[in-house]
Design a protein around this ligand. Sequence first.
Ligand code: COA
Length: 173
Amino acid sequence: MDTCSPRIAVYPGTFDPLTNGHVSLVRRGLKIFDKVIVAIAASTTKNPMFSIPERIDMAKEVFQDAPDVTVESFDGLLVDYVHRHGVAVILRGLRAISDFEYEFQMALMNRRLKREIETVFLMTEYKWMYLSSTIIKEAAKNGGDINGLAPDCVLSKVYARVAELKNGKNCRG
Ligand code: COA
């Protein structure tokens, strides 16, 4: 990597929805990298609660105070997207030992696909170790209190979507 060019990292994920754990990781990433690209995966085996444009809008709203954060979606292989942007680093968070095996596998596969791209891991902040997007959605669907687990603008959209789902609306239409 050229020492004069900006250090950019791509932080990929499904972000359905963005949690405080993700936000913390991006903000901590900015202490190491000049820019962080939040890359929202379009094709995923998960059945997302929010559409890609909705997830992009949420992330943009959350990081509107951070000019060095950009938000995009990507399709296909992560390494191809990263390479197209001329970026050399994938940023990932490690929450617990259970994440390690999957992350190790993915980092090695990505390395095999594009040797010049490195994966950098940051330990997730202790208070977000147990958090996942699914756990937030599950709690909200079952009437649990999710306040404090995601940014307020995200929480309001989760509550609204849960209410829509309860009313039987097709909200991702
Ligand atoms: N704080 C809180 N929660 C966190 C977190 C953190 N710091 N880091 C991750 N999580 C949560 C996520 O919300 C996610 O929750 P969910 O499973 O309930 O949705 C879970 O932990 C797993 O996160 P992650 O491992 O980042 O999975 P993901 O689905 O968000 O992203 C991709 C996976 C998109 C990065 C990966 O599938 C990918 O790169 N896909 C493109 C195709 C490709 O190139 N594949 C690899 C090579 S074959």
